[in-house]
Design a protein around this ligand. Sequence first.
Ligand code: SPV
Ligand code: MG
Length: 546
Amino acid sequence: MQPPLPHDTSAHAKAAQLRRLVQSPELSFLMEAHNGLSAKIVEEAGFAGVWASGLSISAALGVRDANEASWTQVLEALEFMSDATRIPILVDGDTGYGNFNTMRRLVRKLEQRGIAGVCIEDKIFPKTNSFIRGTTQPLADIDEFAGRIKAGKDAQTIDAFVIVARVEAFIAGWGLAEALKRAEAYRQAGADAILIHTAKSFPDELLAFQREWGGRLPVVIVPTKCYATPTQVFREAGFSVVIWANHTMRSSISAMQQTARRIFRDQSLMAIEDRVAPLAEVFRLQGAEELAEAERRYLPGSPVRAVILGAARGPEFGEVTRDRPKCMVPLAGEPILSHIVRTYRAAGIRDLAVVRGYRREVIDLDGLEYFDNEEPETTHEAYSLSRAIPALEGPVLISYGDVLFRKYVVQQLMDVDADFAVMIDANWRESRNRDRYADFASCSLPFSRTTSFSEVELAEVSNELSPDRIHGEWMGFLKASSRGCTVLRTLLAEVAEDPEKKAHLDMGGLMNALIARGERIRVIYTTGNWLDVDSVDDLLASGEFA
Ligand code: SPV
Ligand code: MG
């Protein structure tokens, strides 16, 4: 199971988290990443930390793992990775990019970018990857390297920042005694952990080191070549951290090669489209939704969004709605929903979301955002609206997929400065005479020439109000401000969790619940200019709206 992501993403919290991983008696795993995207993918996969691999970062930049990318260029990549994630990053700091002095500066710069720790290896700048002629690579002088470790520890300002000393004795073809001697010197210099590396396909060197080392400091390994060794072997040997060091980079190489070759050969995208991540996934990983919400919050005159409830079948239409929801019933050659969308757009609202339910695949109008109620037959309107909680970042207008209206209705609601507002048709007797279903409204004041300009509030919405309490008919619009949306989201989240409300609460009930919680719903009285398409008669009468 994936552990919850940490809330605190400060450099201090990330360093403390990495320190816990390194020091815990359990075996932990760090997964390689080389840019913001791969780091995010590693985090989403459930890893508790990232290995910012020098090999992978340089490969992604198209250069060799031989310090061809300058350390400030690496720092740039790290900054994106750190910004994209909440889990700690252990950086492959190569040799520390020089001597004790570059190491000091590196540690400071890493801390500033929210990096949790750095691993440096006892080689000489510029270094080469350990798997390229490792035995020909000179090792650093022990005391000089110990000085690099000590300088790094003295430079860190975040107590928990982790410095791992990487011992390359096995890589360079030296034996166990040299590896142990070096590890001990680095421990005395203040290292927080030892990384012992091997280029062999069997973990013998690692296990031998671990036995002799005797747990003087936690030990980190990079079993790239020992891929056939069961992880349980490492766990039982008491290693602290396993680094899977280059596998997002290598998998991306395979995927990119296949895709590029295929498109080159086919001169077409046909065979590839279903094999690559959809664009929507790219946008999700980039956090496009958060930006859209922030725009609503911060841009002046933040655009109003409309959420249209289109989940209902409308059984009163019989055969007409056997294969489509009510909002897709044609009217003057176009679905009702198209007319509604056009009216909203004419009123200046371009950001439109629809909650689909019954036969949802039929609703496919372009340019709309869709949310789905997967249980339309057994749930009611408030639950449908709860499916669109991510869209409820105010100001938002909520309306039905079967209510036609003139654009001035929208404009009036947009102009109201209140957390919640509704339009109430004062001409309610007509509905009552026609004996059709109507949501009647009781308000703080009845409609009159003077009240229509004063602050009237909604008291209750119900189909069963006694006539003496009715002041009008609710027209099916609810406007919520940014704050109103916050309240609404909380209420709707409760609805989604409550089987009774999920099954039975309609929009009228939702508004009554808001009122019961002390929320005030402003009333705007009007007469006519809207139509609830409830029957074939209504459908005929709706011609004038089309
Ligand atoms: C890296 O990932 O860049 C490493 C590990 O340093 S290794 O490639 O195994 O040397
Ligand atoms: Mg490296």
